[in-house]
Design a binder for this molecule. Sequence first.
Ligand code: F6P
Length: 490
Amino acid sequence: MNLVVVSNRVSRASANEPMTGGLAAALLPVVEKSGAIWVGSSGRVRDGAQKEPFAEIETLGAGALAMLDLPAAHYAGYYEGFANSALWPALHSRSDLIRSSHEDYKSYREVNSFMARALLRFRKPDTVFWIQDYHFLALGAELRDLGVTHPIGFFLHTPWPTRAIFGGVPNHRELVEAMLAYDLIGFQTDDDRNNFLSYVENDLGLDIAGGVVASRFGMSRCAVFPIGIDPARFAAHAAKAASHPDVSRLRRSLNGEKLAIGVDRVDYSKGLVNRLTAFDRMLTLQPQLKRTVSLLQIATLSRGTIEAYGDLQNQLAKLVSDINGRHGEVDWTPIRYLNKGFSQTVLAGLYRTAHVGLVTPLNDGMNLVAKEYVAAQNPVDPGVLVLSKFAGAANELDAALLVNPHDIDGMARTIATAFSMPLPERRMRWEAMMARLRAGTIQDWFSDFVEALQDAHAAGAKATGDHPPEDPPMVWPTRSFSAIVGNRFH
Ligand code: F6P
């Protein structure tokens, strides 16, 4: 089997480089080991009618990483436009933030179709395609229209909202119909899968018995695969990072204070305003906590050209300075607010230094920070996870202190409880959460999905032509691909 994994953002970084986004960081170690080809955007664009997609290709573990320059004329409409100003807000139940034009949708489809053409280069008789996330809802249909009959699976890293909310996305019907080209559609939680199936049943009028849907493409199976992490690897990073300068400086700077940590992209789905407001409220309700606790909020800037994100960046900067101004003392700052990223290793060390992990999104597919915070803890003196009940991770990490991020007073009280939790309770909760992390690792997620995809494909052959067109020759003008990865792909 030749696995081709596709996602908008890819990662060539090692554990020592900063990374943006849970998806790329999570996939890197497993894709590296699997020998798959990982195809995604290079982050650059290229003008004009490209005869052949331009890709930079390099080795990645036992496989390869192919980074494509996406079409310049369509990139903004695809990424900032339809993907992140129509789909992202809707998938996170923020229809009020949908801003999208018909041109954006056209660009989104153009980029999906461009990616499909680019993927033909990697097709071999035994290829399995695995498409990731909302940037490529229609990629499976584009591949089928090009005559691809191989197994094609899709995994959604974000939530899937109720049918009324998804109905607010322009061209929603066409998109869901296109998704049925996938043999297997994977979701993070039962709620996400049920919402999707409810749309298919009620809006498309299709039968959803057993989570299998028949469409013009053939059969599509919908199932749940909660994404995990590699807890042992993360724990090893955390232990190793103890001596890293950033981590030891942080430890020294605490002066006996207890630390809470938050690590998020600056995104309205992450509930940062509510979190900071709850921290503020806690200091107001329990002023004796001043000087004894503080918050380190790492907030990496993201999608800044989109108005909702720019506005949020400004709002957060103002809120932090307001809280620090009101509660701060000459020798104590309640919130340290950093707009920069850290490597996975340093992050693991920072998590282990913090007594409390704050993961309080308003809505989140899974949220791997929650899992990483737990895995990074010192087993003999673990910290406490405060987790939103609206993160997918709450299904497994129910031994965390679960909060409603809309209830500011409730969150304020829970954060204070977390700071003062006695050791036996911390250990009991931590051990329960670690057991869940060990029971569903990223390796399990990866292999379970690929196996289920092959089964789903075998169970319902797709209706498009039986014979794929001949593999086209390898023509990309890069360093010789075969020199890097041998003759496996052509
Ligand atoms: O997990 C959701 C996700 O959108 C990923 O697809 C993406 O890698 C990450 O968040 C970061 O977003 P972006 O790639 O837009 O910075």
